[in-house]
Design a protein. Structure first.
Length: 242
């Protein structure tokens, strides 16, 4: 069941939104086909191949996705912005982002879409975030996410249950506001939360499965921590500047 703020309680049914599944991927050839096929059962799929050195783009196309190839590797933030630009130009109302490594279950897409329903005031959330269960993470990830979550919540002055989940639905207004960002990596996803909080745009949360596939991680722990706390400081400036 979606965890919605009271003012986001579902209102009367509105027109069905046009939503695209957006999958940023880097060297995910062994895993991308399953992600594409799973997502395609619910939505059209766009894969942004971020400078892969393997057959990610070819495998994604064969699985049924439209593919944008970004060369050279420019980071997840840049890949998402490329996907946003494509979705906006094509007239989509929102995108659902999920990673290409299989750590997001495409079967949960309907839950995020359901949370995008207009509230009693007729307003849809600008951001729907898949909230992971930290208790199901490996110990080091659990500690990092718990500490990081507290730091981020303090920085923005609001309780943010999961600030780094990449499984999320992003509405058109937030996509447009994010196109000029200069963040290249995961900080881009943190920045989107700060943008919503600073502007008073509604956010909804949906519990999702916490999956670890055993595939190679692209995270470098020391650099990740350094970049995360830089993103926290930037988020605090964004929120308190308004």
């Amino acid at each position: 069941m979606s965890e919605l703020r009271p003012d986001l309680a579902p209102g009367p049914p509105g027109p069905m939104p046009c939503v695209l599944a957006l999958v940023p991927a880097h060297d995910e050839a062994p895993r991308i086909a399953a992600v594409v096929r799973g997502a395609a059962a619910h939505l059209p799929v766009l894969v942004v191949d971020d400078g892969s050195s393997d057959a990610t783009a070819r495998v994604a196309r064969e699985a049924g996705a439209e593919v944008l190839e970004q060369r050279p590797n420019a980071g997840k933030g840049a890949a998402l912005r490329a996907g946003f630009g494509h979705a906006l130009a094509a007239g989509y109302d929102a995108v659902v982002t999920l990673d290409g490594d299989g750590q997001h279950d495409p079967a949960e897409l309907p839950a995020l879409l359901a949370a995008f329903a207009p509230g009693t005031a007729g307003e849809r959330p600008d951001l729907v975030v898949g909230r992971r269960d930290f208790a199901r993470m490996p110990a080091t990830r659990r500690l990092a996410n718990t500490i990081g979550g507290r730091a981020f919540s303090w920085a923005v002055g609001a309780e943010v249950p999961d600030n780094q989940s990449g499984y999320r639905l992003i509405g058109r207004r937030l996509m447009e506001a994010s196109l000029d960002s200069r963040e290249r990596g995961f900080e881009f996803e943190v920045e989107m939360l700060a943008t919503c909080i600073a502007r008073g745009w509604p956010i909804a949360w949906v519990p999702i499965r916490t999956i670890y596939t055993g595939g190679p991680s692209h995270i470098r722990p020391a650099a990740h921590v350094r970049h995360f706390f830089r993103a926290v400081a930037a988020a605090r400036r964004t929120v308190h500047a308004t």
